[in-house]
Structure formats: structure tokens, C-alpha cells
Write a protein that binds this ligand. Structure first.
Ligand code: 9MJ
Length: 331
């Protein structure tokens, strides 16, 4: 028994190392066959000795028993939706409202992010371990899709290092990269199955699978873009104190914990740089490996965000600056 649990620990360490090389460094050091052999041995031991299967075992990435339904999750902090602007005039009106509400026209540092066209989710980590994941739903209540989320290779089952609060909720977007979408549809076509209209629908359909083994094969990806509830736990007194006063720095903190962040995100010195960011991303849109439908421009200073608050559910401190609708190709 003892040497079995040490074998599980050894396999876990080795597989996590290979995952890091493959998904984070993009430099695998062993062939897939070797990786698969270790994973099969781990799953074999866990199936024969369930007591040895940990919540954050790398075997959770391949999916488990199918569910019969999703349970509901209520978000401790509501998941916000975004107001939109569609033109530079509307953007400038948004900026004017910021200045009016803050009673100052001081330059505002802005966190500029591509607007990923996927599905918003909330990931809950307790003592560094992923314990729950939910869809946005109506902003207050979402579906519990924890088993499906565990299969997404770029979402860590355990946070790296020690510098994290006892309870940490990460907000971000699950999406299907364009290449994965194309190969999924090509396969569906070949098998005479229905194809998906776009990567967003494919991601939503893949996350709504009751059988997480199907989700595991859909090559979904994730980028973090915010933080929800943060608190202390019995074993970890780090709570709100862990949080930085800059939205951009918070994203960098999440990156250090092993959560992926969109490489196009920029901290801009002032709101006057947003238009150039928007135009730059618009010109590079087709070259990105994932679909976006605009940019999200956020006041970076958290204290100012709190001062601005939000109306209904949309924050007053951020707006999505969306691209003109693309002419749908009529085939
Ligand atoms: N969809 C997307 O990429 N989003 N969505 C937000 C968001 C929604 C509410 C607050 O922030 N941020 C980014 N990058």
C-alpha cells in the first residue's frame, strides 16, 4: 500500500512536469507514447485504489464518469456583463462619463484586452486546489461544470508556488482555438455529424457535455481576465491583502500562479492610447489563433473601479469596444 502511494506521488510529479513542458514551455522532453504510458499506469492504480486518487491528480484531465445533469452554482460575487461601444464617438463619450463621474480629467491608466469570443467561467481554488468551476449563467447563478473544466489542459488543477489566498475565484474565458475548431468540424463532416457554426458555439457545446471524456477531446483553451471572490481559509490567512490595486498586476499575479493570460493584454499609460490599441488589434485580428469580437478597455486602478461601480450588472469602469460585424461568408 505504502509503495503504491509513493508510486502515485512519483507518477503525479512526473506527469505534471511533462504537462508543464508541453503546455506552458511548448518543449516536450518525452514522446507522447511515454507520457500516455505513465498516465495509463496512474489511472490503473487510481481505479483499483480510489483512496489514492487526489482531487488534483493529473488523471482528472482525461475526464471521469458522465453526469446525468448539471447542478447550479450561485456566484459569491456576480459575474459582470459588459456595455458596448461601436464607434470612436461612443468611446469618447464613455471616457467623458468616466471623467465626469470621477470629477477629474486626470489621465487614467487602462488595461486593454482582446475580447475573447468564448464562454465566461468562474474557477474556484481553495488552498490552491481547483474545487469548483461554473458558467456565468445569468451573472448570479451558473452551471457547475467542474469535471469538464478539469479536462482543459491549460487550466491548472493546483496553483503554483505558495503566494495565493485561501479562497480565490478566477474569472476568464473558455474558447476553442481556430485550428481546433477547423479540425473538429472536418472530423464531424467526415462522420456525417452536425458541424458547429463558429468556435464560440463549439466551445459552449463542448462545455455543456455531461460526459467530460467528450469535453477532454475538444482541445479547449482558457485565458484569465479577472478575479471574483477572494478570502481566507482555515489553513491560509492570505485574503484581500493578497490583492494588488492594479487590474493588470492582478492578471500578472494569476499568471505567476499558473493561470494563462492572453499575451495581447497591455497596460496603457492613459485612455488616449486605447484607440491605437483597438486599431492595432483590429488589423491583426485574422492572424490571431483564436476568435475575438473586439477589445475590452478597463480602468486599471481598482480603487477608481470601486468608486465608479457598475450600473445594473455592467461595470461603469469598463466597456467592450467591439468591431463592426464581419460580413458572414455566404457559401
Ligand atoms: N470576453 C473577454 O475577453 N473579456 N471579458 C471581460 C470582462 C467581463 C466583465 C469584466 O471583464 N474581460 C475580458 N477580457
Amino acid at each position: 500500500k505504502q509503495q503504491l502511494s509513493s508510486r502515485v506521488a512519483e507518477l503525479t510529479r512526473q506527469i505534471n512536469e511533462y504537462n508543464h513542458q508541453y503546455y506552458v514551455l511548448d518543449q516536450p522532453s518525452v514522446p507522447d507514447a511515454e507520457y500516455d504510458r505513465l498516465m495509463r499506469e496512474l489511472i490503473e492504480i487510481e481505479n483499483n485504489h480510489p483512496a489514492l486518487k487526489a482531487l488534483d491528480s493529473p488523471s482528472q484531465k482525461v475526464g471521469g464518469e458522465a453526469l446525468t445533469a448539471f447542478t447550479q452554482v450561485s456566484h459569491q460575487l456576480p459575474m459582470l456583463s459588459l456595455d458596448n461601444v461601436f464607434s470612436i464617438e461612443e468611446w469618447q463619450a464613455f471616457v467623458k462619463r468616466l471623467h465626469d463621474r470621477l470629477g477629474s480629467s486626470d489621465t487614467l491608466a487602462m488595461c486593454a484586452e482582446p475580447k475573447l469570443d468564448g464562454l465566461a467561467v468562474s474557477l474556484r481554488y481553495e488552498n490552491g486546489v481547483l474545487v469548483q468551476a461554473a458558467t456565468r449563467g445569468d451573472g448570479s447563478t451558473g452551471e457547475n461544470i467542474t469535471e469538464n473544466i478539469r479536462t482543459i489542459k491549460s487550466i491548472p488543477l493546483r496553483l503554483s508556488g505558495e503566494n495565493y489566498p485561501g479562497i480565490l475565484e478566477v474569472r476568464g474565458e473558455v474558447f476553442m482555438p481556430k485550428a481546433s475548431f477547423d479540425s473538429l468540424n472536418a472530423l464531424a463532416m467526415k462522420k456525417g455529424e452536425k458541424t458547429f457554426a463558429n468556435p464560440r458555439n463549439a466551445a459552449a457545446g463542448s462545455l455543456r457535455q455531461l460526459d467530460s471524456k467528450i469535453t477532454a477531446k475538444r482541445n479547449l483553451a482558457f485565458y484569465a481576465y479577472g478575479i471574483g471572490f477572494v478570502g481566507e481559509s482555515r489553513d491560509n490567512a492570505l485574503g484581500q491583502a493578497w490583492l494588488e490595486n492594479s487590474h493588470y498586476q492582478r492578471l500578472k499575479q494569476l499568471q505567476i500562479l499558473g493561470l494563462p493570460m492572453c499575451p495581447e493584454v497591455r497596460l496603457l499609460a492613459g485612455e488616449y492610447e486605447c484607440e491605437a490599441f483597438y486599431q492595432d488589434i483590429l488589423t491583426r485580428r485574422d492572424a490571431l489563433s483564436y476568435e475575438i469580437d473586439g477589445t475590452v478597455l478597463k480602468v486599471d486602478d481598482i480603487a477608481l473601479q470601486d468608486k465608479l461601480g457598475f450600473v445594473a450588472r455592467a461595470p461603469r469602469w469598463a466597456t467592450a469596444y467591439k468591431f463592426p460585424a464581419q460580413e458572414e461568408l455566404t457559401v
